[in-house]
Design a protein around this ligand. Sequence first.
Ligand SMILES: [Zn+2]
Length: 151
Amino acid sequence: MSDADLRTHSALHVLKGAVQRVLGTEWTASVFVSGERGRLTVQAERKPTGEELRRIEEEANAVMREGAEVLEFEMEREEAEKHFGEAIYDVFPVPKEVSLLRIVRIPDWNVNCCREKHVENTSEIGEIQLEGTRFRNNKQLLEISFRLLNQ
Ligand SMILES: [Zn+2]
């Protein structure tokens, strides 16, 4: 994983938290990372307004500017579900036979099971800019594309 990929992937977790807060969405359908560009796809019931997108970008950047710890740890699946609930999961289920989950947590912001590598602090990501959105009404999916801004 390149440095850009690492930062972009980590930015997805920050963005997820911002999208959940602003739009009230819960489920991530997929993520995509290519160098300094990324795309988050979440289940959503409607297209966000321009004002909501502006707030998502602002809230995500505030978490990176302020610098939050990115914690990675392993946890028994049953314990993790008790502790964090379904918030750790995305749309596609973790196979039943997996009993030890790798959890990534930005305290008070986002928690998710994820096996990728992450930055240790959100300040390492820098800043992101939203580049566009696409809402597919028939699938109730919202795609949000972004890129890292070089500092
Ligand atoms: Zn991750």
